[in-house]
Design a binder for this molecule. Structure first.
Ligand code: HEC
Length: 141
């Protein structure tokens, strides 16, 4: 009996620890430094802006390549986020959305830096790249 109670207590503590961990993925993460984005990308036009026919392509590619860190809704809370030293950003934040144009989002998404992977060879298709940018736009709340 005593042993059982002890076991239950340990399980309860472990669950609480796990919940705290899952609920606050940003804990211990530093915010990203400002990005240094080349003019070439800043001035880049999105050839697929407002093209709803790419919605599925964007959603699928985001789920495959980005969700693990950035989270389903883009809040920076994917299953791998807790292991990152840098917070991956919150795409649902309208301030974040206003801060960048499509070319800048393209640069950060495809070229990356440090813990943000480079996707130039993994996602060679221009249409798929812009579809992902459009998907990120759709995540604003
Ligand atoms: C291994 C985890 C990981 C994956 C997978 C990943 N990212 Fe990131 N991403 C990060 C991290 C970490 C940062 C912050 C990097 C920094 O600021 O130095 C970041 C930053 C970004 C930013 C800039 C956010 C900001 O506010 O600075 C964008 C946009 C972005 N990622 C898009 C994508 C897209 C699109 C994909 C999929 C094609 C993707 N990421 C896949 C980890 C990831």
């Amino acid at each position: 009996m005593k042993r059982n109670a002890f076991f239950l207590m340990i399980m309860a503590l472990a669950t609480m620890g796990l919940l705290a961990f899952v609920a606050t993925p940003q804990q211990g993460q530093k915010a990203g430094e400002p990005w240094d984005i080349p003019e070439e990308y800043k001035n880049m036009d999105n050839p697929y802006a407002d093209d709803a026919s790419l919605d599925r392509l964007g959603r699928g590619n985001y789920a495959r390549h980005c969700r693990s860190c950035h989270g389903r809704n883009g809040e920076g809370d994917g299953p791998m986020a807790a292991q990152l030293n840098t917070f991956p950003g919150d795409f649902t934040d309208s301030e974040w959305q206003k801060k960048y144009n499509d070319g800048e989002i393209y640069y950060m998404s495809i070229i990356g830096r440090d813990e943000m992977p480079n996707f130039e060879s993994t996602i060679p298709d221009k249409e798929e790249r812009w579809a992902i940018v459009n998907h990120i736009r759709s995540l604003e709340k």
